[in-house]
Design a protein around this ligand. Structure first.
Ligand SMILES: Nc1nc2c(ncn2[C@@H]2O[C@H](COP(=O)(O)OP(=O)(O)OP(=O)(O)O)[C@@H](O)[C@H]2O)c(=O)[nH]1
Ligand SMILES: [Mg+2]
Length: 188
């Protein structure tokens, strides 16, 4: 499977009205959305990654070849150091994309395996539920966590969302096959 960047939208006007199924990768800034795109693609520099939060500032549409659905890399939310104006702009771009995309099939909700459930994550899960958008919870950076911590986190999220999140690591490639399977199932 290959990922091809087909469109980058910085504004609502630039968003594509795609008819093909899409799955969006959402989560707090720095949780590892762009890294996961790279790990899924098996490429190092397809999506831009940074140790500084707020790297991705656009909605990026990656076509999954040859299957024909899209993975959509979103700007992170909760990036505290962005200006008020910038945050407002991202929030409206995100909200527009999430509420108006007819063929958006699910939200892959990326959650940092090292952190207890965060307010912003819960808000996004609630928002997805209010739009009747299925949520696919994905724990990231599992390479940084002990087995015990991983199990605790899975249980915490299972209690909140009713779904057990899968464990992934873009560094060690833990969970990549399982994630590809779930994304395909959700999209098709
Ligand atoms: N150890 C480890 N580090 C990771 C992993 N995934 C991402 N990182 C690191 O986390 C930082 C943020 O990664 P990004 O992929 O840019 O995060 P993002 O969610 O796209 O961030 P924004 O674009 O700002 O919303 C980078 O320094 C990555 O190298 C992982 O699985 N393991
Ligand atoms: Mg990013």
């Amino acid at each position: 499977m290959e990922l091809v960047l087909e469109n980058t939208a910085y504004t609502i006007d630039q968003l594509l009205a795609l008819t093909e199924p899409q799955i969006a990768l959402a989560g707090r800034s720095n949780v590892g959305k762009s890294s996961l795109i790279n790990a899924l693609a098996g490429r190092k520099k397809l999506a831009k990654v940074s140790a500084t939060p707020g790297k991705t500032r656009s909605v990026n549409f990656y076509r999954v070849v040859p299957i024909g659905f899209y993975l959509v890399d979103l700007p992170g939310y909760g990036y505290a150091r962005a200006s008020h104006e910038e945050r407002r702009k991202w929030a409206s771009l995100l909200e527009h994309y999430l509420t108006k995309s007819q063929s958006l099939k699910a939200l892959a909700l990326l959650l940092d395996c090292r952190l207890t459930p965060q307010k912003l994550d819960l808000e996004l899960a609630t928002f997805a539920a209010s739009c009747s958008l299925p949520v696919l919870p994905v724990l990231t950076k599992a390479d940084k966590c002990s087995q015990r911590e991983r199990a605790t986190r899975q249980k915490e999220w299972q209690n909140i969302l009713g779904t057990r999140p899968m464990l992934t690591s873009s560094s060690s490639r833990l969970g990549m096959d399982e994630l590809w399977q779930s994304l395909q199932t959700a999209a098709c």
